[in-house]
Design a protein around this ligand. Structure first.
Ligand code: CO
Length: 443
């Protein structure tokens, strides 16, 4: 492949990533988008409440509580001999979530109260065209509610900055926002109308999902930035969007799975994408839940293997835990470990931490390096500054829970947890290629 064709293919892949993110303004929508691709590719949906009868050579997916998804392909080779090749990632991103009693009235102004979800860079949410996406539960005539998606595509709320004339030190002291008092989002102005008892927000929601306001029992609504993804840079070599952490890894994993399916690989591949990574993964569907263990054990047993063979399968399995990595930003040299810079468009990053905040070890690092070599893509290694606490991801907990040999990798990006993150066009293409090799290469 010439450099020019490689670049064109990379641009196409990056565009497909941007489209995927634009269609997925919340973790619930991300799982919907993935499900659409899987349905189109002929994957069968399994339900945890039902009995499973699986067959080799077939493809399946399981969704837990709307925002975590595991999809897999069973190859012809014996699982206890080959194990699973697993790619893990997360579907959620940090930001704001609408409080249950949402409307705050301050004189004529209506605002929506928010909780902070995970660790966003708060200041980056100011002056952006924000809107809401998520799910609502509606009253049904049974115990269990009817769930509906919410996705307002027009800007609906805003967090306006204070003018510099009232905040003279903003450029020297930085923009500091009190999470309780200074984050409520502007939503409407009553224009001197007498105070109405109607909850305008609930009415708006009800119109949107076409129900009676009284039938809305509860919601989970994320605040998202409506600006679509873009290419930037002298040669359009960079991309910007919200949620690159970690929908970029989900997109690369999904592509690798679809290509393993079309190539009829002999091995068995799994993608496990969890919600709630940004808040610690302890939930019914997080990386530290029973979800992956349940799906793997039920799949293996459904093929007629016993407990002994299930343990063999796990011991032969490999997990790539994929989450984004911190790219070198030359204006802030002191933030980085000087001998472990990672550069945008220089390849996927293996994340190493001696205290196992990342699960990579000498064995699994080597496995990923072989995938990159085989795919003909460059790779890099990242170590956080020793005097700054290091972040973590789903790798270490999956490794511990299931006894899976795991490597933590991810693409370089700038401004992790900003409302608008950026990354490299080539890196996404590289990661997709490395994942494809991981799903098909012999032990
Ligand atoms: Co992440």
């Amino acid at each position: 492949m010439t450099l020019e064709t490689a670049n064109t293919t990379a641009q196409t892949h990056a565009q497909s990533l941007l489209d995927f993110i634009d269609a997925s303004p919340s973790p619930w929508h991300a799982v919907d988008s993935i499900q659409e691709h899987l349905d189109e590719a002929g994957f069968f949906q399994l339900y945890e409440r039902e009995n499973w009868k699986l067959k080799r050579g077939k493809c399946y997916y399981v969704i837990r509580d709307d925002s975590s998804i595991i999809f897999f392909r069973l190859g012809q080779q014996l699982l206890q001999q080959t194990g699973f090749r697993i790619i893990g990632a997360h579907t959620d991103s940090p930001g704001f979530r609408i409080k249950p009693n949402a409307v705050i009235r301050k004189q004529e102004t209506l605002m929506l109260g928010v909780e902070v979800y995970g660790g966003p860079i708060l200041a980056t949410f100011t002056d952006r065209d924000l809107s809401l996406a998520g799910r609502v539960s509606l009253r049904s005539n049974r115990l269990l509610p009817e769930i509906k998606r919410v996705h307002f595509s027009q800007p609906l709320v805003r967090l306006p900055n204070l003018a510099i004339h009232m905040n003279r030190n903003v450029n020297t002291d930085g923009l500091k926002l009190n999470k309780q008092t200074e984050l409520p989002l502007l939503f409407s102005v009553n224009g001197g109308q007498p105070e109405s008892t109607v909850d305008q927000f609930k009415v708006l929601l009800a119109e949107h999902v076409e129900c009676q306001a009284d039938d809305i029992l509860s919601w989970e609504l994320a605040v998202y930035d409506t600006q679509p993804g873009s290419f930037w840079g002298a040669h359009s070599e960079f991309i910007a969007n919200s949620q690159l952490d970690n929908l970029a890894s989900c997109h690369a994993g999904l592509s690798a799975m679809l290509s393993a399916q079309s190539q009829q690989s002999d091995f068995s591949q799994v993608c496990a994408f969890f919600d709630h990574e940004e808040i610690g993964s302890e939930s019914v569907k997080g990386g530290n839940s029973s979800f992956l263990a349940d799906v793997l054990s039920r799949s293996v047993m459904s093929l007629g293997l016993d407990q002994q063979q299930y343990q063999q399968t796990l011991a032969n399995s490999l997990l790539i835990s994929a989450d984004m990595a911190h790219a070198w930003q030359p204006s802030f040299p002191s933030a980085y470990e000087p001998d472990h810079h990672v550069l945008v468009n220089s390849g996927p990053v293996i994340k190493v931490n001696a205290n196992h905040r990342y699960a990579s070890n000498a064995f699994t690092e080597a496995v990923f390096i072989r995938c990159c070599e085989q795919a003909g893509v460059p790779w890099q290694r990242y170590v956080h500054r020793t005097d700054i606490p290091c972040g973590s991801t789903i790798g270490p907990m999956s490794a511990a829970r299931l006894g899976l040999q795991t490597v933590d990798v991810g693409n370089p990006m700038w401004a992790m947890h900003s409302a608008r993150e950026s990354a490299g066009v080539l890196d996404h293409h590289y990661l997709m290629n490395a994942f494809e090799v991981f799903f098909s290469i012999k032990h």
